[in-house]
Design a protein. Sequence first.
Length: 388
Amino acid sequence: MKRGKEQSLLRFHPWIFSGAIAKICGKIDEGDIAEVVDSEGNFLAVGHYQIGSIAVRVLSFVPREINQEFYTERITIAYAMRRQIGLTDNEQTNAYRLVHGEGDGLPGLVIDIYDGVAVVQMHSVGMYQDRKYIETALIEVMGASLKAIYNKSEGTLPFKAGLNPTNSYVFGTAPEIKVARENGLLFYPDWEKGQKTGFFVDQRENRALIERYSKGRNVLNMFCYTGGFSFYAMRGGANMVHSVDSSERAIELTKSNVELNFPNDPRHQATAMDAFKFMQETTQKFDLIVLDPPAFAKHLNVLNNALKGYRRLNTKALEMIEPGGILFTFSCSQVVSKEVFRTMVFSSAAKACRNVRILHQLTQPADHPINIYHPEGEYLKGLVLYVE
Ligand code: SAH
């Protein structure tokens, strides 16, 4: 490391930016294990080397081999934590995140569990190369409760690395029917064709909150994807629920999930349409709106444009909501901080000329833990607003 650039590592921040590196000794390829030392040659960390602005993602701040023992230990700790928070043996909920990257000391790795099927996504070459260790650790740690492992890294690895992974079952086989449960509600997690690992488990607690506010309300669920917020609102006694997503596939999934829980229920409508267009054109009245858009900003350099998009969306929702209405608004962009998000909602409220009170400040659930040394891990933020 360049002299003075080791400070963030001494505070256990798990990323090393390429600009902080003084020199690379020997030959190193993407995905290799790098040992990082300060300008005096003292050990700082060990991690996966990668090409890009983040050059090393730290796996350990003490010298150690990155081997089977390492992965088994980290996954054992991750599993024990989920057991402590009541997710590994829960009759109401069998979908949860077992490994959340840096939050679990495993940067570049995500593992979601759906009724015993582990869906694994690797975001770095190093993690992909270590996949056998990860699979063995999962089998060992989860024992008989593990039904299958599906590796879904086709779309998440750096394209240039040329690894050409294929999404496939690497342990067990596809279950005949894929149905998982969240707070007693059922859904089809579509890990084979769906986005991310097939379902957004990170909204579990926020969906439970919407249920409490839905009684007698006309609900609009924008960016519904698999319809999670919709079927919770229906259980909460909503008058009617309208789900909107630009993807036809998402609308199909929403319809089948609603049907699974509330067969032939006339309260639900779904439309495949662009969110902005729908909000411009609809003449329906709503008194509870959910805005859960995709990450408009994936990088800092597009933050301003992304904020414009969020502002337009929030202003429109605030303009159209009935007096006494509730808005659940979210951003899952890592680069949009809690403060920036709140300022954006503030300007939207002012622009819409509505009196707005904050009822709840929302974040990601405990199975998406934030490593205290890595504040960037706090990616999901939401506000529940009362609109006068
Ligand atoms: N609320 C969902 C997750 C939303 S993910 C849940 O609880 O699971 C974001 C969704 O936005 C995706 O399904 C994507 O298809 C949809 N989307 C992206 N751009 C859109 C647009 N311009 N209009 C409507 N939907 C859009």
